[in-house]
Design a protein around this ligand. Structure first.
Ligand code: GLA
Length: 721
C-alpha cells in the first residue's frame, strides 16, 4: 500500500518508490507536516510536534502543553490563528477579516489520480500506477474548506499536490491566496536553486543558501516568464550534481506564480509554491469551489542529476500526451531566421524543395503570413491569409510544399491583438485593459482578453477555418509580451483581481480545443523563445521553443539550465545560420533537443550541405536515444567557462552519446572525463576510435580527452554501444 492511515496515531504515510511523506492529525484536529524525504518504514514523530515556544500564542484549550501553531510544523496554514509564517491560504470572510484556521475533518484514499477541472495536470497511465489521498480541512467559524490532494506514484519518487477550496457557508467569501504546495522542513541547511533570465538568455542557474526570513522568486508578468521559472530546487547544503539530498518542485501553471521559502527563528523552513497572491483574489459564492493548479514534487538523495532524470522520466511518461508522446516527430525547418517577414509562396516552395533535398521533413511558415503583416506593427488577430504574399492562397502553397515531399507547419500568436488590425477595429474593447488608462504596448501589440468566451470563440473559429481547410501538420503557438493593465471589460469591479487566473484558464481552453480537434498536429509552445516553458504548456504541446538565441555557445547555459527540470524531448533546438561556430557544433548542440533548422537552405555551401545530410542521418540514428534516454551532465558551463560536456545513456544502458563543446579555447588544459550512468559490467565500443572499454573503466578511470576540440566553438561527439 502506498498510502496508509494509522488510526491510532492519526498519522498518514504516503510512500513513493523511494520517498515517504508523513502528515499527522494533532489534538484539536490541527494538521501537521511531519516528514518528507527518503523512504522510512516506521513513524516516531512525537518529538517533532512541539518546538521551542517563546512568546508564542496557544489555543486556550491546550493550556500550557507546549503546542503552538507559531512553531509547530503546520501542514497548510492560514493567517491570524497563531502561525506567523508566510501563509499557504488566506480566505477573507463576510466579517471582513482573513483569519483562516483549518482543522482536519475527513479524508479519502483512492487508486489513481483525478484531473482538475479547467487546468492541465500530470496523469497516471493506469490506476495502479498512483494512489491519491484527499484531506478535507475546515475552518468551522467561516465554513471555508480546503481539500488537500496528494498523489503518490508507486514506481517513481514523485508526488503531485493540489488544493481546492469550497465555500460551505451561506455567505460570500474571498480567497486572497491559495498555494498549491506547502512543505515544512525541520532545518534550513538548504540552498535554493532558481532559474533567472531574460529574452535570449533563459534559465540561468542561481544557487544561494537559505537565510532567516523570506526569499524566493515570482512572476508578475501574467505568464511564466523568461525572468524566472516556476521550477525550483532545494539542495541540502553541500549537495552536488551527483551526491546529496535534493527536493525539486514545479507548478503545472503558466501564469503569475510565487515560489517562496521562509526560514523561522527555530531554523525550520516553510516552502510554498502556487499562484502569486500579489495579483490574485477570487470571490467564492456559497457552494462554489476554486481549483488551484497542480504542483509536482520530487525527492532524491542522489544529487541534482538524478533529480533531473526523475523529472525527465515523469514528464515524458506522465505529463506529455497525444500522438507525439510516442510517434516520431518530423525533422523540421523554420522560416523565421531564414526570411523573417520577407517571404512569399515562391520563396517558401523553394525552401521546401531545398529542404527536401537535404532530408528535412517539414517546413514551418513562421510569423508574417496573415492580415497585412509585413513587420511586427500590425495584423495580430487577423488570422486569414495575406494573398499578396501567398498568391493563390494557403491551399496552393501547402499543396506545392506537400508535392515537394515536405509537410507543412504554421505559426500563430492567438492571445494577441495589434491595434492596427481588423479585429481591433471591429472590437476595440477586446484587448486587455482597464478603464481610463491608455494600455501599455509591447512589440506594438496588445494582449487579447481570452478570459472572455466570445473572444476565444472568435479566435478559435478563425484558427479552425485555416487548420481544417489545409493539410497543416505542425503549429507553433507564440506569446510575445507580458500582460499589463490587467483587467477584463466583462468582469465586475470586485472580480477584477480574478483576471490573471481567468486569462490562463482561457488560454488552456483554447489549447484544449486545438489538441482535441486536431490531434494529429504536432504542437510546439513558444513565447519570445522560452518565456512560457512550463509543465502546463507541456500538457498540451510535447515541445517548446527553448530560446530565440540559436548561437550554440550561448545555448549551452540555456540548455543546461532548462535540462535541470525539463527533458530533451521538450527542448526546441535548431541549427541556424548564426555566425559563431561551424555547422558541426551547431548540430551537436541542437541534437540535445528536438533538432531542426532555422536557416535559408538555398544558401548552404556544398560542404555545409554534406554536414547537414550527416546531421539528418544522426537525427534518425539517435532519435530514440535522445528522447527516451537518461541525461548525465558531465561538465557544466555554469561552472566551467571553457567547455561543457554531457551524455545521454539509453534506459537499458546499451548505448551512450557523449558531446563535448569547447566554448573558449584553452590549449593544453587537461581534460580527464569520467563518464556516468553506464553498466560497469558491460563492454562499450566507441564508434569513433573502435576501442572497447568496460563500463567500469569508463566511469571510474575515464578517458583523457585532452587536445580534442581546443579552439573556440569546436566540438565533437563520441558514440558508445
Ligand atoms: C518569437 C519567437 C520566434 C519567432 C518570432 C516571430 O520571438 O520566439 O521564434 O516566431 O516570435 O515574430
Amino acid at each position: 500500500m502506498s498510502i496508509v492511515f494509522d488510526e491510532q496515531k492519526r498519522l498518514f504515510k504516503l510512500d513513493t518508490s523511494d520517498t515517504s511523506y508523513v502528515i499527522g492529525v494533532y489534538d484539536e484536529d490541527y494538521l501537521l507536516g511531519l516528514y518528507y524525504g527518503a523512504k522510512i518504514p516506521d513513524m516516531h514523530f512525537d518529538s517533532f510536534i512541539k518546538r521551542a515556544v517563546a512568546f508564542s500564542p496557544a489555543n486556550p484549550v491546550f493550556g500550557h502543553n507546549g503546542f503552538s501553531p507559531d512553531t509547530s510544523p503546520m501542514e497548510y496554514s492560514g493567517p491570524g490563528a497563531g502561525d506567523f509564517r508566510i501563509a499557504a491560504i488566506a480566505v477573507r470572510n463576510a466579517d471582513g477579516n482573513n483569519v483562516t484556521d483549518l482543522r482536519y475533518r475527513a479524508h479519502r484514499i483512492y487508486k489513481g489520480k483525478q484531473p482538475i477541472p479547467g487546468l492541465p495536470t500530470t496523469y497516471a497511465v493506469s490506476d495502479d500506477e498512483a494512489e491519491t489521498l484527499e484531506i478535507d480541512v475546515l475552518d468551522p467559524v467561516t465554513g471555508a474548506m480546503a481539500t488537500l490532494v496528494y498523489t503518490v506514484f508507486c514506481d517513481q519518487p514523485v508526488m503531485t499536490r493540489s488544493v481546492r477550496v469550497t465555500n460551505t457557508s451561506d455567505k460570500t467569501m474571498y480567497i486572497e491566496r491559495v498555494f498549491s504546495l506547502s512543505l515544512g522542513l525541520p532545518t534550513m541547511d538548504y540552498d535554493l536553486l532558481t532559474f533567472y533570465g531574460r529574452h535570449v538568455k533563459e534559465r540561468t542557474l542561481e544557487r544561494r543558501p537559505l537565510a532567516h526570513g523570506l526569499q524566493g522568486v515570482q512572476s508578475m508578468r501574467g505568464v511564466t516568464s523568461h525572468e524566472q521559472n516556476s521550477a525550483t530546487v532545494l539542495m541540502r547544503s553541500g549537495a552536488t550534481e551527483d551526491f546529496g539530498e535534493v527536493y525539486g518542485f514545479n507548478l503545472v501553471y503558466s501564469g503569475n506564480f510565487a515560489s517562496l521559502a521562509e526560514c523561522d527563528t527555530n531554523g525550520a523552513t516553510r516552502y510554498l509554491l502556487g499562484i502569486n497572491p500579489e495579483s490574485f483574489e477570487w470571490t467564492l459564492e456559497p457552494g462554489d469551489t476554486f481549483y488551484a493548479p497542480e504542483a509536482v514534487s520530487v525527492f532524491t538523495d542522489k544529487g541534482l542529476g538524478e533529480m533531473s532524470r526523475i523529472f525527465h522520466r515523469f514528464y515524458n511518461n506522465n505529463l506529455i500526451r497525444g500522438k507525439y508522446k510516442t510517434a516520431k516527430r518530423p525533422l523540421l525547418i523554420n522560416s523565421w531566421e531564414a526570411a523573417y517577414f520577407d517571404f512569399d509562396s515562391e520563396k517558401l516552395i523553394d525552401f521546401a524543395k531545398a529542404a527536401k533535398d537535404l532530408g528535412i521533413e517539414l517546413l514551418v511558415m513562421d510569423d508574417g503570413w496573415f492580415g497585412k503583416r509585413n513587420d511586427d506593427h500590425s495584423s495580430l488577430g487577423d488570422w486569414y491569409v495575406n494573398e499578396d504574399k501567398l498568391v493563390g492562397g494557403l491551399g496552393r502553397l501547402v499543396k506545392s510544399v506537400n508535392d515537394a515531399g515536405v509537410k507543412f507547419g504554421i505559426w500563430y500568436e492567438p492571445e494577441m491583438i495589434s491595434p492596427d488590425s481588423d479585429l481591433f477595429r471591429a472590437h476595440p474593447d477586446w484587448h486587455v485593459h482597464v478603464p481610463s488608462r491608455v494600455p501599455m504596448q509591447s512589440r506594438w501589440q496588445y494582449v487579447l482578453d481570452v478570459s472572455r468566451e466570445d473572444v476565444r470563440d472568435n479566435i478559435w473559429q478563425q484558427m479552425y477555418k485555416v487548420l481544417s481547410e489545409n493539410n497543416i501538420e505542425y503549429l507553433k503557438w507564440d506569446f510575445n509580451r507580458s500582460i499589463t493593465d490587467a483587467g477584463s471589460a466583462l468582469l465586475p469591479p470586485e472580480r477584477q483581481k480574478e483576471f490573471h487566473h481567468r486569462f490562463i484558464l482561457g488560454t488552456y481552453d483554447l489549447m484544449n480545443r486545438l489538441v482535441t480537434t486536431f490531434p494529429n498536429i504536432l504542437f510546439e509552445g513558444c513565447s519570445g523563445g522560452g518565456g512560457r516553458f512550463d509543465p502546463a504548456i507541456l500538457a498540451f504541446s510535447p515541445q517548446i521553443w527553448t530560446s530565440d538565441n540559436t548561437d550554440p555557445i550561448e545555448r549551452l547555459t540555456i540548455q543546461f539550465g532548462t535540462s535541470i527540470c525539463y527533458p530533451a524531448s521538450t527542448m526546441g533546438a535548431h541549427v541556424s545560420a548564426c555566425s559563431r561556430t561551424g555547422y558541426e557544433t551547431k548540430g551537436n548542440v541542437a541534437m540535445w533537443g528536438t533538432f531542426g533548422y532555422e536557416l535559408d537552405p538555398r544558401k548552404l555551401t556544398e560542404e555545409e550541405k554534406t554536414i547537414v545530410r550527416r546531421q539528418v542521418a544522426d537525427y534518425h540514428k539517435y532519435y530514440d536515444l535522445i528522447r527516451s534516454g537518461e541525461l548525465y551532465r558531465i561538465v557544466s558551463p555554469f561552472e566551467n567557462p571553457y567547455y561543457a560536456a554531457w551524455e545521454i545513456v539509453s534506459a537499458d544502458k546499451s548505448e551512450m552519446l557523449f558531446t563535448f563543446v569547447c566554448a573558449h579555447g584553452i590549449d593544453g588544459s587537461q581534460r580527464m572525463i569520467r563518464f556516468k550512468g553506464l553498466d560497469p559490467d558491460r563492454e562499450y565500443t566507441c564508434e569513433q576510435d573502435g576501442e572497447t572499454y568496460s563500463g567500469a573503466f569508463l566511469m571510474h578511470a575515464g578517458l583523457n580527452l585532452t587536445g580534442k576540440a581546443n579552439s573556440d566553438g569546436e566540438s565533437y561527439t563520441l558514440y558508445f554501444k
